[in-house]
Design a binder for this molecule. Structure first.
Ligand code: GTP
Length: 598
């Protein structure tokens, strides 16, 4: 394709503002699919449901559209704060973006974060005010908001309704007219960026690429520069959205290749693909190896599900190389896995998929971040599991990861949100008001320790703002912290699954909360049971479960033989789920409940 006829763009939108609906409309308007192919299948780009039946999920695709002789490549980006790096690579593959804003809702925090990234990539941004068909639509107000909040010229914003079809041709024309064509040198050695990859049950690993220079051909021997591996390209093509094979991809083009790669983990987002025989002199800038930042233990509620959990984790990892898992054993919870995620929302997605798609009932231990622990001897360890925490005497200092969060909310919730951030050791950086009238909102920037955010920050934020606050964050490096390991002891025995790393100043309150909950959750025994929270050898909180009166048990087992047998059977069944701590039996439900309340 003539490079001047190519346009590469992504769509930036807050959840529910109509990104998928608009994408479908663009596909339909350009004839990628007939009306008949579109119907009955709510959202074309959302392949999840179909793939789910096969037990494997495909990633959202990138689509090539033909419009008035131009080749438009619509790049789908993950709409998720935890995938910041993936988003940045997708954006780096485009020259422009459609900014879709709901005409009734206005600009939201997540939209902002993505717009700023898009601006950083020098994108030409075309504002699209969607849902103008709604009675509550206020396109003028939203236009002003885009100008005031984002600082973009919105005088040329396209008014559209992805639902009724208003403005769709204008959107396509605007892409051609306003977004610049890519630049590239067809004669230079091949240089292509690995934008994304996923596992396809028929094709193996499919790689999404953006060619910068040179040509990527079927049958070519290519080298992945960061991974250092060489592969033979056995398929080249694009999605229209149907998979279409092509002989080659030229400079500026976006498409896919396959190269007999078995695992997604072998492909690294941001890697440079070059010709093995005539390699590029240097790789593309900005390559980064993504590392998990939040860890937790996942255990099957029913020990018999361990194998199933392992198989499910393997399956999920086929398509998501960014999460990690390794086996872990806990005295309290049995066999399970220590898993690493890109963020808390990533953790929730995986957890939910395990529950919903793989029908597993799971216990999740308190999420932990990765601490840099400096030992007295000079050694530095990265630790994310309280079980690996060194003895306090051996620790010189500890550093913890911090984030910068942007929270965006109606003014009435500002007071509660400020208090929440303050309670979580936050440092306020900025507070501004944006928008006018019904769209006026406070924009708050805070620096927070990630450790305080992974507990239940997001849920608390949503509940105190009745769902109106939106939240976005990025990491800003490690900083010194006064962190300690808090252990929970039942009848003098530490319970591994309940220990956690906490800020020393908050340790007492956390410990007390946990002891109080456990007091209600652990059944009485024939003797008194102390429940204690401790840091090192020092007890910081304590509760006691009173002893069971003997006559109660006597009465219980006194009845007729059938009843007694039933009770015994019931008890035996219950026993399987009990964990013994010294002479104390703790029902597994108690751990689950204690952990769920975090
Ligand atoms: P996620 O997939 O959750 O990120 O949302 P999205 O941004 O892709 O939004 P989606 O296209 O799923 O649309 C969200 C809702 O808005 C759906 O119920 C759509 O039917 C509706 N919607 C999308 N565009 C319009 C529009 O122009 N007018 C009206 N009235 N509704 C629309």
């Amino acid at each position: 394709t003539d490079i001047s006829k190519i346009r590469n763009f992504s769509i930036i939108a807050h959840i529910d503002h109509g990104k998928s609906t608009l994408a479908d409309r663009l596909i339909q308007a350009t004839g990628g699919l007939t009306a008949r192919e579109m119907t009955g299948n709510a959202q074309v780009l959302d392949n999840m449901e179909i793939e789910r039946e096969r037990g494997i999920t495909i990633k959202a695709q990138t689509v090539r559209l033909n419009w008035k002789g131009y080749e438009l490549n619509l790049m789908d980006t993950p709409g998720h704060v935890d995938f910041a790096y993936e988003v940045s690579r997708s954006l780096a593959a485009c020259e422009g973006a459609l900014l879709v804003v709901d005409a009734a809702q206005g600009v939201e925090a997540q939209t902002l974060a993505n717009v700023y990234q898009s601006i950083e990539h020098d994108h030409e941004i075309v504002p699209v005010i969607n849902k103008v068909d709604l009675p509550s639509a206020d396109p003028e107000g939203v236009r002003q908001e885009i100008e005031e909040i984002i600082g973009l010229d919105a005088s040329q914003a396209v008014l559209a309704s992805a639902k009724t079809g208003i403005g769709i041709e204008e959107v396509l024309d605007a892409i051609v007219e306003r977004i610049p064509p890519p630049k590239g040198d067809a004669a230079a050695p091949l240089k292509a960026m690995l934008v994304d990859s996923w596992y396809d049950p028929y094709l193996g690993v499919v790689i999404l690429v953006r060619v910068i220079d040179g040509t990527l051909k079927h049958g070519q021997q290519v080298k992945f520069m960061a991974a250092g591996t060489t592969h033979l390209v056995d398929r080249v093509g694009c999605f229209t959205p149907k998979r279409t094979d092509l002989p080659e991809l030229g400079p500026g083009e976006i498409g896919f290749i396959t190269a007999q790669i078995k695992e997604v983990a072998e492909t690294r987002v941001g890697d440079t693909i070059t010709d093995a025989k005539r390699p590029a002199a240097e790789a593309l800038p900005g390559f980064k190896l993504v590392q998990p930042v939040v860890f937790c233990g996942l255990f099957p509620t029913d020990a018999a599900d361990f194998e199933k959990l392992r198989d499910s984790l393997y399956k999920l990892r086929l398509n998501d190389a960014s999460f990690s898992f390794e086996m872990e054993t806990s005295a309290a919870l049995g066999f399970g896995f220590r898993c690493g995620f890109l963020g808390l929302l990533h953790l929730e997605i995986i957890q939910e998929r395990l529950t919903r798609e793989y029908d597993l009932d799971l216990i999740t231990t308190a999420p932990s971040v990765v601490y840099e622990v400096h030992l007295r001897g000079g050694e530095v360890r990265s630790i994310h599991n309280p079980a690996d925490w060194p003895d306090a005497n051996a620790i010189e200092s500890v550093e913890e990861p911090w984030i910068e969060a942007t929270i965006y909310m109606p003014d009435e919730y500002l007071g509660s949100v400020l208090k929440l951030c303050q309670d979580r050791r936050g440092v306020q950086k900025n507070l501004t008001y944006v928008g006018t009238g019904a769209h006026a909102r406070a924009q708050l920037t805070y620096e927070l320790p990630l450790n305080e955010v992974v507990f239940d920050f997001y849920d608390r934020l949503k509940s105190i703002s009745r769902g109106y606050a939106s939240f976005d964050y990025h990491q800003v490096g490690h900083r010194p912290g006064d962190l300690v390991k808090m252990s929970i002891m039942v009848n003098g025995e530490p319970v591994d699954a309940l220990s956690m790393i906490v800020d020393r100043a908050n340790a007492e309150a956390r410990g007390r909360g946990m002891c109080e909950r456990l007091k209600d959750l652990i059944p009485r025994h024939l003797f008194k049971i102390p429940i204690q929270a401790a840091i090192g050898g020092k007890i910081i909180a304590r509760e006691t479960i009173g002893a069971l009166r003997k006559d109660v048990t006597a009465k219980c087992y006194g009845g007729d033989a059938t009843r007694k047998r039933k009770l015994l059977e019931k008890q035996k069944k219950g026993k399987a789920r009990m964990r013994e701590y010294g002479s104390v039996s703790i029902p597994q439900e108690a751990f689950i409940a204690a952990l769920r309340m975090g």
